[in-house]
Design a protein around this ligand. Sequence first.
Ligand code: UFG
Length: 327
Amino acid sequence: MARILVTGGAGYIGAHACKALRAAGHEPVALDDLRTGWREAVRFGPLIEADLNDLDATRAALAQARPDAVMHFAALSNVGESVRSPGLYWRNNVGGSLNLLEAMVETGVRAIVFSSTAATYGEPDVELIDEDQPQRPINPYGASKLAVERMLDDFEAAHGLRTAALRYFNVAGADPEAEIGERHQPETHLIPLVLDAAAGAREALSIFGRDYDTPDGTCVRDYVHVWDLIEAHLLALERLMGGARGIRLNLGVGRGHSVREVIEAAERVLGRRVPVRDAPRRPGDPSRLVCDGSRARAELGWEPRLSTLERMIADAWRWRCSGGFGP
Ligand code: UFG
């Protein structure tokens, strides 16, 4: 059993991490400033309300929690917003991570699993993206996550920290027991918006571009179930606690689905129509992002089990129907 500080523990992925850690017999302690997180999502251990931009508060949180390791999810993650307000992303994602790492070194916390992103690869020119592809982000969000990866390299070399950076593709779905799920304010992600449209909570789903160079003209992404994704975090944590260092892995299932396919799957699973409207391309959207996930499988023994479109949509819908996090 280990005590794990989960930054962003009130957010979508962080809350799922807390639940899975608890289920595996660990003690999660959530750290969140509740700017984008939800108090209702903190159900699996205590919450320390603190902002990583505040170095003293971060030090105090580590001193209070005395964790064996950290899972670091706290970050802003909206690509469009990052293009409009890059300062926000450099301050929060990079500055906050720097404070966290410095406080970890000061308090002797030795291991960290970091939430990175496929957005660090930018616009790759290969079909399947493996970890050897050059990281050339095309927006401040991706650049901020890549900067933190570099920071992890340096802190690992200088201070003997053990680090894992897991580069997510498109995370979707919800807790299979429907206790927690995905909610953003405002929502920008495809699957929750498709469900809103199916439920009549929005008039129609906008399809951002039908003229991409893909089989049906809409963008292709690699969707991974949040519960599978978190399982990989537990495996990476286990490796770090066992002495491994420098884990850098892509997390996706290696299968692409177009926006059209997501809509059709939702219509099948929900038995409802999803009203759609055509909209212009969203700036900064690559046409296709699909992972070569073989290294995570080989290095961690990770086997995604829930990452079908049908299952992700069904779990997200079930959570939504159970009331979500209130109105
Ligand atoms: N899309 C629509 N209509 C919408 C919303 C999305 O057509 O209303 C399309 C997008 O254009 C994109 C696809 O659905 O092609 C998926 O969009 P999301 O916004 O759900 O996800 P992204 O692929 O843009 O981004 C996600 C994460 C980022 C991360 C990125 C890395 O949200 O944090 O994956 O691949 F950087």
